[in-house]
Design a protein around this ligand. Sequence first.
Ligand SMILES: *Cc1c(COP(=O)(O)O)cnc(C)c1O
Length: 425
Amino acid sequence: MENLLESARELDRQDDLREFRDAFWIPQQSAGGDQAYFCGHSLGLQPRTAESALETEMGRWRKLAVSGHFRGEPCWIDYGDDLAAMLAGLVGAEPGEVTVMNTLTVNLHLLMVSFYRPAGHRRKILIERGAFPSDRYAVESQIRFHGLDPAQCLVELEPGSGGRLHEEADIEAWLKAHGEEVALVLWPGVQYASGQAFDLRRIAVAGHAAGARVGFDLAHAAGNLPLQLHDSGCDFAAWCTYKYLNGGPGAVAASFVHARHAGDTSLPRFEGWWGNERSGRFRMDPHFTPAAGAEAWQLSNPPILAMAPLRASLALFREAGMERLRAKSLGMTQWLAGAIESRLGDVLEVLTPADPGRRGCQLSLRVRAGHERGRELYRWLGEHGVVSDWREPDILRVAPVPLYNRFEDCHEFLRQVGDWAAQAK
Ligand SMILES: *Cc1c(COP(=O)(O)O)cnc(C)c1O
């Protein structure tokens, strides 16, 4: 792998985003040296500016106390505005379509209260087989909340032809045949286990043609792929900010509600004072007057301490630009996938689509020698400074993140897999 290392280093030298790595804390190996961190799909690294962003708010709390709500730049009552605007830019939403609130599963529930309205024969929710468990629990419990039976109302679409991937054409065909019973399609932007990215517009169009509402879970898509959420036409979306968006463990999440629903008074909604139209929030009016856009779904005043690190991270995204990040990501993931296939093809199978247009940065890998050996490789990597993750029964996930990973990290992964395979023979 000598010349591979040389080529990795050369690619790092040519990388015009390479300095962004220095804006993050890179976890260290116990023996010293940077870990090769491939878990940005699970918890993004800490921006070095996150601590001072948090300290700024701690200081304002210390010195200003209650007047921090109205003093400082930005003051706490407006603290979410910049975040929402930056996130809207990242996902291709209009201002007013995005709000920052709660956590992902909470937001899915709040949005389903409005957009899952089973009636007559139209009662089903369509998700993908193998969905992230929290999403599955959320839709099942929503179905039960309406007095319905998940065994009849939850449809988990099987991947086509016995594989692990879903073809958009299969989703369209299924909706054409069975769509009149579907109330809601809830689909991932990028599937967490396979790493497959979807054509969101095609899914939204197919769902709407069938008469259903369409929502997207963008947990693995936001900050990973450039998105055109508004143009996709979906009704709603939600995503967390601690994965590719580096907002910190359990950081506050985001919600999107399409502009065409702004001001729609026929939508039922769970409401709280922060969803009030702004000038009314402090009037303590017993009557709720909803804010115009996604903000109407806000319940509570914003968790400033959970937002400060996200603010630091989004500033880096703004500086780097999603288009440049995607360009680097395409190159780096392609390089890693190519090297896995050409050098480690007898050890690993790449499950993620080979077409770069159908994936983000993550590669989901299967160890050909089986589950037991797969778990062994996962442990080996961890002991040798390469941080990946393991998803039962047999998936090893690695995500080279363009903001802070290097081609040299990818090389280290290849080297360690090669060493493991050699000693395991
Ligand atoms: C990460 C992730 C979650 C996590 O939900 P939280 O409410 O943030 O704990 C949910 N769904 C998907 C698809 C995810 O990838």
